[in-house]
Write a protein that binds this ligand. Structure first.
Ligand code: ADP
Ligand code: GLC
Length: 473
């Protein structure tokens, strides 16, 4: 079965977050289930530079204001279709933001173009390829199911990785989309007078998935649905939650080249050398005490504003912190100021660094994820695999993937991390104190690390679920 995946990010070509990890891992994970997945991505410089054996399968004289070509080829081992449209994508850096940190003003055109070409490709109008199912990811690809709904073609699945990003634009954009007038309707694209890309996809895709069972339920409520809960409730019979897996080759402590010392569950003591490397990289005082790790976008979603307010207290409690992340400037400034106040205790790298993110997993004692909401979350899964004990908010995929070290979890011998709720300062403080206490009991802590490392974070289960859903639609 041929499935066309359509996405604005694809690891290892272009990544701003977990979406790329997931779209990058899915093709390989689906192979054993008889699914051949090819991926359509925009031709950003980071993609064009690594594209090999490129063949033009369709040319467009004018695609949203400029000439474009659809290429088929290979990139870093992945089978890709690349939409080479320089007027839309030939911009270095973040795929969504200009140098001023603001959304590119033509984002609606940029991602409508991707979706429109995806629909043509899936229908068999670009060379020999034809898809049995089109799988769109997030608002950037969400118009593909809309185009196919009106033009006819293969069935469609839309995965919501984060409902906070909806792609809502002024109604003026509608006339440029090349959709029939009836698409600007409350049962399709129209969302309170605006054009909603995600809204349209959710209304018209044949099935909807999101990235954990808990988040699938949460987005049907007004607390988490961000205005789309009514539509999602109406489509509940075709809404599924499949928890993300991880790429076990990219994230493997036994072979990871970003770690000074590789290790397995059998020689966990070897992690100590990586902890020394963390101390060096983050300029922390040496010592055996707990080092918390954070690898995160520094945003409200991730609860990083609350955490930033606790840093003086955290240092007072005797803990150290290694944090890598970028995001909202107020939070970046708050964590950097705390690092200045507490040299040797708090180390901050305000950058995006793939290798350093692996070192944090392989050398820190905990992986802190205090999100207000979290569709799935991948850093806690990497934490499990690396013996970096996750401390997570009890929400979304975090609730589904970590078993709390409460009395019951510990005495039953199943705990893999710590959970807390609600996401506020007192309960975050409380969970960090619990972690410090557990860390003091070495055998108990190591058991938790070992259980985490043994827990199933593979794609096996969810790849099967996706494959079944492709067949069902
Ligand atoms: P989200 O996609 O919401 O940001 P996820 O936990 O699903 O959250 O995925 C985040 C991904 O981005 C992970 O692969 C994580 O390691 C990576 N990441 C986040 N911040 C950084 C950073 N500053 N440097 C390197 N990798 C990062
Ligand atoms: C989004 C979500 C994150 C999820 C990722 C991959 O970025 O915020 O929770 O893990 O997508 O599905």
């Amino acid at each position: 079965m041929q499935v066309l995946s359509v996405t604005s990010e694809l690891y290892p070509l272009i990544k701003t977050g977990g979406l790329a990890d997931v779209t990058g891992a899915l093709p390989e994970a689906l192979k054993p289930h008889g699914i051949t997945m090819k991926t359509l991505v925009p031709g950003y410089p980071a993609v064009m530079n690594v594209l090999e054996k490129a063949e033009t399968i369709k040319s467009f004289a004018n695609l949203f204001g400029g000439a474009a070509k659809l290429l088929s080829g290979k990139a870093k081992g992945l089978d890709v279709f690349v939409l080479d449209a320089p007027h839309l994508y030939n911009r270095v850096g973040n795929p969504y933001l200009g140098g001023d940190g603001k959304d590119w003003p033509d984002n609606p055109q940029r991602f409508a173009a991707l979706s429109q070409v995806a629909a043509l490709l899936a229908r068999g109008e670009c060379g020999n390829y034809k898809a049995d199912v089109l799988h769109a990811h997030d608002w950037q690809a969400a118009l593909a199911p809309v185009y196919l709904h009106y033009s006819g073609g293969p069935k469609t699945i839309l995965t919501v990785h984060n409902i906070a990003f909806q792609g809502q634009f002024s109604p003026a954009i509608f006339s440029q989309l090349g959709l029939p007038p009836q698409a600007f309707n409350v049962n399709a694209l129209e969302f309170y007078g605006n054009v909603g890309f995600l809204k349209g996809g959710l209304a018209l895709a044949n099935a909807i998935t999101t990235v954990s069972p808990t988040y699938a339920q949460e987005i049907c409520t007004s607390e988490y649905g961000m205005g789309l809960e009514g539509l999602l409730r109406a489509r509940r019979n075709v809404l599924f939650g499949f928890v993300n897996g991880i790429d076990a080759d990219v994230w493997n402590p036994q072979t990871d080249k970003a770690l000074p010392t590789n290790y397995t569950v059998k020689n966990l003591e070897a992690r100590a050398a990586n902890k020394r490397a963390i101390e060096k990289s983050f300029k922390l005082e040496p010592g055996d005490g707990i080092i918390h790790g954070v690898v995160s976008r520094l945003t409200w979603q991730k609860g990083m504003d609350i955490f930033a307010g606790l840093l003086d207290w955290l240092v007072g409690s005797g803990a150290r912190l290694a944090l890598i992340g970028t995001g909202e400037s107020a939070i970046e400034q708050a964590v950097m100021a705390a690092a200045w106040r507490h040299p040797g205790r708090i180390g901050v790298v305000a950058a995006y660094d793939e290798n350093l993110s692996h070192l944090v997993q392989g050398g820190c004692d905990t992986m802190l994820v205090p999100s207000r909401f979290e569709p799935c979350g991948l850093t806690q899964l990497y934490g499990l695999r690396y013996g970096c004990v996750p401390i997570v908010a009890r929400t979304g995929g975090l609730a589904d993937t970590i078993i709390d070290a409460n009395d019951a979890g510990l005495s039953a011998g199943v705990a893999t991390g710590l959970q807390f709720t609600p996401v506020d300062q007192p309960s975050l403080q409380n969970v960090l104190s619990r972690a410090a206490k557990l860390f003091g009991n070495k055998p108990q802590w190591q058991n938790m690390q070992k259980r985490g490392m043994a827990s199933d974070v593979s794609w096996d289960h969810s790849a099967k679920a996706y494959a079944e859903l492709y067949k069902t639609v």
